[in-house]
Design a protein around this ligand. Sequence first.
Ligand code: GCU
Length: 328
Amino acid sequence: MFGNKKLLATCITSVVAASLSFSATAATNLKLSHNQDRNHPVHKSMQFMADEVKELTNGELKIRIYPNGQLGTQRESMELLQNGALDMAKSNASEMESFEPAYGAFNIPYIFRDREHYYRAMSGEVGEQILDASYDKGFVGLTYYDAGARSFYANKEILTPADLKGLKIRVQPSPTAVNMIKLMGGSPTPLAYGELYTALQQGVVDGAENNPTALTNSRHGEVSKVFSQDEHTMIPDVLVISSTSWDKLSSEHQVALKKAAKDSMMFHKDLWSEMTDAAIKQAQDEMGVKVVQVEKQAFVDAVKPMHDEALNNPAIATYVTAIDALAQ
Ligand code: GCU
C-alpha cells in the first residue's frame, strides 16, 4: 500500500516536471503576413529579423512569414491582427493612417528633404513615438523599412501636374494619398496593391505611383512604360505586432524581438539601395521602361497646402513639427 503511494507520488512528480520543462522550452510561433514576393527586399529583411530573433531566443521565439498577400491584403491583415487571428504584419504607413492617425505624418508629400532626413525621422525619437502610439488600437509598431521614394508610372511622361489631368491614378487606400492626387490635378483611385497589375492591364487605371520595385518585382513595368521621377513621397513600410501577442511574450522575448526588428531596419537600408538600383536597370534594360527626370518644383507647390494643414491638425502636428526640425 505504502509502496504504491510512493510510486504514485513519483509518477505525479515526474509528470509535473515533464510538463514544466515542456512549457519552459515550448516555442512561441508568430505568424507574419505581407504583400510582397519572396525576392523583394522587405521579405529578405524580415527573414533576417526572424533568423536573428530565433538565434537570440535559442529557438524559443519563431516567426513564420506568409508573403504574397496569402493571408489577405494589408488592410485585411491589420483587421485580422486587431481581431486576434494574426500576430504580425507588414503594412505601409500610407494605409496605416486609417488605423493610427500618427502614421499620417509620414504621408505628407515632400516632407523629407532627402534620404538622410527620412532615416533621422525613422530611427529617431519621433519615429519611436509613432510606433508606440497605437497600443490601445490593438497593435504595436516594431520598426520601419525603407520603401524608397514614390514616383508616377503610366504610358506617358508626367513632367508637370498638368500631365495628370484626366488620368486615373491608383493610390494606396489612404485619405492623404487621395488628397495629394486631387491637388496635383489627377483622379485618385484607391486599390489594394494585389489588384493593381490587373487594373493597369485592363485600363481600370491609367497609372500608379510607387518605388521602382513595383515595376520589376510586381511586373507593373510590363504594362506601364514610363517612370517619371518626381519622388513626391517617401513612405516607410511598418512592421507591427498585435498588442495581445506582444503582451504574451516574456520581457526577454520582447527585448530580443525589438532588437532584431531594429537590426533588420539597418540591414534593409543597404539592401534597399542595391535592389532599387538593380530594379531601375532591369526596368530599363529588360522591360523597356523609359525613366525620366522631373523638375519637381511645380509638384512641390501643388501639394504645399497639405503641409500647412498638417501643422494645424492636432492628430499629427507635433510629429510633423518634429520631422521638420530634423531637416538640416
Ligand atoms: C510599396 C510598399 C508596400 C505597399 C505598396 C502599395 O511597395 O512597400 O507596402 O503595399 O507600395 O503601393 O500598395
